[in-house]
Design a protein around this ligand. Structure first.
Ligand SMILES: N[C@@H](CCC(=O)N[C@@H](CS)C(=O)NCC(=O)O)C(=O)O
Length: 279
């Protein structure tokens, strides 16, 4: 046994900050910490989000819907700064009791409809506008399978690999090995699938592509956790080819900029209320 091996107590208690990049916002209880109403704009759809992978999935979809001419997909995108604890405001927890971005309020229904969980928001919007989600049973099942694959897999990439490789206070071999292996396995799943398909579900571009791109596409582009070399992402050639195709889509480029509050100031678009905010 090494000197600093952790021996768990019988009952875990929240008595020390664990350290790491997001330690100041993590806590073991749900609910709001303060009263704060959410702003509401003019458009039917109100999005409360941030340009993280889970956030940009939805803004890519909204920009794709608008590019398709679905004018009712106009939206206000409000910034939820998770480092400042905005996700624990009372207005936000009313539309997402899980206190995580993204969250959507559809004001075009009576009463307004709240939707949380990025996958649920994508299905809601795809069904509402009749686009990017096949209607035929088998094609729909394939699309749902890959969408849920993304929802189930990305926590191993983000909360697992990304946390221990980029955010944890110290680099530890065991968790980094454990999650690097799993992420490489996931990339191989995608690579084999894309070896015989143009898009994730076949010939058609769907919400599954947008969801998977936001995590794994950006990873192979070398823009997530600075881990491209470590994970040898270039070896997943079919994923790299597919990611480039998505990267070049104008709506994908636009969606990635919405609610972006870091990086080069010229690329930041904290809030989006009109198409011209991105022009
Ligand atoms: N399964 C959720 C995950 C959402 C999520 O983890 N959001 C993160 C940012 S990417 C967040 O809001 N974190 C704030 C917190 O944990 O307090 C989804 O896909 O919507």
């Amino acid at each position: 046994m090494s000197d600093n091996e952790y021996i768990p107590p019988n009952v875990w208690t929240w008595d020390a900050h664990s350290g790491g990049k997001f330690a100041n916002i993590n806590r073991p209880i749900a609910g709001s910490t303060h009263e704060k109403e959410l702003p509401i704009g003019q458009h039917p759809l109100q999005l409360y989000s941030l340009a993280t992978p889970n956030g940009v999935k939805v803004t890519i979809l909204l920009e794709e819907l608008l590019a398709l001419g679905k004018t009712d997909a106009e939206y206000d995108a409000w910034l939820i700064n998770i480092s400042e604890g905005d996700q624990f405001g009372s207005g936000f927890t009313e539309i997402n009791p899980n206190s995580k971005i993204p969250a959507l309020l559809d004001q075009s229904t009576t009463p307004p409809t709240r939707v949380f969980e990025s996958g649920a928001i994508m299905v809601y919007l795809a069904e509402k506008f009749g686009a990017f989600l096949p209607k035929e049973t088998a094609a729909r099942a394939e699309c749902m399978s890959w969408l849920f694959w993304q929802m189930g897999s990305a926590p191993f990439l983000g909360g697992g690999f990304g946390h221990f490789y980029a955010y944890a206070p110290t680099k530890q071999e065991y968790p980094i090995n454990r999650y690097a292996m799993e992420v490489k396995r996931q990339l191989d799943v995608l690579d084999r699938n894309l070896s015989s398909r143009q898009f994730i579900c076949g010939d058609n571009y769907t919400i599954a592509d947008m969801a998977v791109y936001a995590w794994y596409g950006v990873l192979v582009e070398g823009k997530l956790y600075d881990a491209a070399e470590f994970l040898d992402v270039q070896s997943y050639k079919h994923v790299v080819r597919w990611a480039k195709d998505l990267h070049d889509r104008p709506a994908v480029k636009r969606g990635k900029r919405v609610n972006r509050a870091w990086g080069n100031t010229e690329t930041q678009v904290h809030e989006r209320h009109d198409a011209s905010d991105l022009d």
